[in-house]
Design a protein around this ligand. Structure first.
Ligand code: OGA
Ligand code: MN
Length: 288
């Protein structure tokens, strides 16, 4: 197993292993590296969805995504992050299912709309592009660490309302439609703005711009301004690794201390197919 750092502040790549057959010792090493470096790139993993699921299940239970139309018809644990339908046809830009998925171009943390958000995600690039479609990952420990003490004190006890509906409301197209898509019902939830990682015990900023509605018990406009300022701070290149995909890269990230976004690509002509499994969270986020 060959481990290489890919950015000063976040991420490693691991080569020389096959994720469809790893022993317990290798699994343990991967788990430790994931917690230590936040994201892992595994190049050249030409594995089946079943093996992808099997690998994910080593970490625990897997989520089924609330959006019905993005679940694989064969394996509900596979979330199809794709502008191509299961018959291989590009989904027209106006289609509700694409407009929903397009919201992943915004910065976010997976499943921040759940009371217990996901621990981590594992994404398999099946048909990738380097003409846009790069994925960006931010180290939210480091973003927090670098805030000045006054700001740290100011945000220390704040809590934020996160809502799945907000993803839809942020979309100009979807928000004005009667049929906004088919989703499991999810009530708004409240999460701390600064959370403590259950394993490393380190504090990080918990931002998920596509679900963050407002700060609780705070002037709405001032709260929005504060959130925007924290987002801008966190997405500076020094905190962010940008991945240019090759087919059969698999990326695993820790949702408890990162956020990510996707750079736009021409979804009308390029076929981009990514399959994701999502690790069920084991604890509600704890205020740091
Ligand atoms: C995700 C996501 C990343 C990508 O899978 O959680 O936001 O590169 N997409 O498509
Ligand atoms: Mn995502």
């Amino acid at each position: 197993m060959k481990v290489k750092q890919i950015h000063k502040n976040i991420g490693v790549s691991i080569e020389g292993i096959d994720l469809s057959k790893i022993d317990e010792n290798t699994f343990k090493k991967i788990k430790d590296l994931w917690v230590q470096y936040l994201i892992i790139i595994f190049p050249k993993q030409n594995i089946s969805d079943e093996d992808h699921i099997k690998f994910g299940k080593k970490f625990g239970e897997l989520e089924v995504h609330p959006s019905l139309s993005h679940r694989s018809s064969k394996n509900p644990e596979i979330y199809r992050v794709s502008n191509v339908d299961e018959n291989g046809k590009i989904i027209p830009n106006k289609e509700t299912s694409w407009q929903y998925l397009k919201q992943s171009w915004l910065w976010h943390t997976d499943s921040s709309f759940r009371k217990i958000p996901s621990n981590g995600s594992i994404l398999h690039g099946i048909s990738t592009t380097n003409k846009g479609g790069n994925t960006l990952f931010a180290n939210m420990y480091k973003a927090y660490e670098d805030l000045d003490e006054t700001l740290k004190e100011k945000i220390q006890n704040l809590r934020v309302v996160h809502d799945h509906e907000y993803i839809i409301n942020l979309s100009k197209e979807l928000s004005r439609r009667k049929n906004k898509g088919n989703y499991d019902k999810l009530d708004p939830v409240i999460h701390p703005l600064v959370r403590r990682h259950p394993v490393t015990k380190k504090p990080s900023l918990f931002l998920s711009p596509h679900t963050m509605v407002k700060i609780v018990d705070y002037d709405y406009d001032k709260g929005r301004k504060l959130l925007e300022k924290l987002i801008e701070h966190s997405i500076q290149p020094k905190y962010v690794y940008e991945h240019i995909w090759n087919n059969d890269d698999i990326i695993m990230w820790d949702n408890r201390c990162t956020m990510h976004s996707v750079k736009p690509f021409n979804n009308n002509i390029i076929k981009r197919i990514m399959h994701r499994v999502t690790l069920v969270g084991d604890k509600e986020p704890v205020m740091a």
